[in-house]
Ligand binder design. Structure first.
Ligand code: NAD
Length: 333
């Protein structure tokens, strides 16, 4: 029996986490879900969108599956996602991006993994109001954070038989900060002589990604560039509804859907649960449930190839419940 913190989250979060729970149950894996409210519901219950009880649960279980939570823009509490990443020092945001059968896009052989540094850069949250007409945000890049994300990316490349790591930067303009990041990616590359290494400026990277995405293998980059590139790459294979995401540190891991809480479709039973399900596949691999992970992965491929039980965002007309039922049937067979 695995004990895992489950955060349903906001908007479509409860619908897609319910779907994932049913599909994991159908795979035969025994999970005790420690359900914790984070987000708008927690704000109502506890007066705090990220209550201590949820933090303690993740501390105890070390692993969490998380639905999306709504972040208020320009006001209110600090982003819950950023706080979670900082609290648990989840320094690596890892996003595998792979072309899927049955999902039509202009590209067919995309297969890359993006490693985004998750704790600093402009996301350090240091914003100073100088006067009412001027605000300054500070970009923080440290040697330690640059080194550990680089090591994570290279180690992953080695363990997963990947051939090349590309460091994405803007050191031509931010010579000192991005320069420091590159110093560490280069130093790490020297230790992994079996893995090819190259560097690409972020704007050029964006152009190349939409021209020849199949040329990329593993990307390692800072927080802001990684945030933008990760979503661009999701778009290459069918969008945010079909890519997994995980936030990983030394001691804790949070697996989550990379899309948001989709308030426009919440409660309509049309949310696509595949992104969270794919993240849960990565989670099952990490906890040693490889057989179940493979069987859910195969079920996802069959569902997409067959194309008959897809939600509207994937061009179908199925409800979340119908898609979930079909996935449960495929997993159980
Ligand atoms: P969003 O991802 O919620 O929605 C963008 C579009 O994609 C919407 O049209 C939505 O309906 C659609 N969509 C997203 N997920 C879908 C799914 N699973 N199935 C079908 N359609 C889906 O992005 P947004 O509107 O910019 O953000 C909404 C809220 O979510 C904001 O408060 C934002 O801060 C938050 N957010 C949270 C996370 C997270 O918790 N990890 C990530 C991104 C955004």
């Amino acid at each position: 029996m695995h004990k895992i913190t489950l955060i349903p989250g906001d908007g479509i979060g409860p619908e897609i986490t319910d779907a994932v729970k049913s599909i994991i149950a159908a795979s035969g894996v025994d999970v005790l879900w420690d359900v914790q409210e984070v987000g708008q519901k927690a704000l109502q219950i506890y007066g705090n969108p990220l209550p201590d009880v949820a933090i303690e649960s993740i501390k105890a279980n070390k692993i969490a599956l998380k639905g999306p939570v709504t972040t208020q823009i320009g006001k209110g509490f600090k982003s819950i996602n950023v706080t979670l990443r900082q609290t648990f020092d989840l320094y690596a945001n890892i996003r595998p991006v792979k072309s899927l059968p049955g999902v039509k896009t202009p590209f067919s052989d995309v297969d890359m993994v993006i490693f985004r540094e998750n704790t600093e850069d402009l996301y350090a949250g240091i914003e100073n109001v100088i006067n009412e007409d001027r605000v300054e945000a500070i970009k923080v890049i440290t040697r330690k954070a640059s080194r550990r994300i680089a090591e994570k990316a290279f180690e992953y490349a080695r363990q997963n038989n990947r051939k090349k790591v590309t460091a994405v930067h803007k050191a031509n303009i931010m010579k000192k900060s991005d320069g420091l990041f590159l110093e560490e990616t280069r130093r790490t590359a020297d230790k992994y002589s079996d893995i090819a290494y190259d560097e690409l400026i972020v704007d050029n990277t964006c152009m190349k990604l939409v021209q020849q995405p199949e040329k990329f293998d593993v990307i390692v980059t800072e927080n802001l560039y990684g945030d933008i590139i990760s979503d661009l790459c999701a778009g290459l294979v069918g969008g945010l509804g079909v890519v997994p995401g995980m936030n990983v540190g030394e001691d804790y891991m949070i697996f989550e859907a990379v899309h948001g809480s989709a308030p426009d479709i919440a409660g309509k039973n049309i949310a696509n649960p595949l992104a969270l399900l794919m993240s849960s596949v990565e989670m099952l691999k990490v906890i040693g449930e490889t057989r179940a992970a493979n069987s859910i992965q195969t079920a996802i491929y069959k569902l997409l190839e067959d194309g008959k039980h897809l939600t509207p965002d994937l061009g179908g007309s199925a409800t979340t419940s119908e898609m979930t039922q079909e996935l449960c049937r495929l997993v159980a067979n």
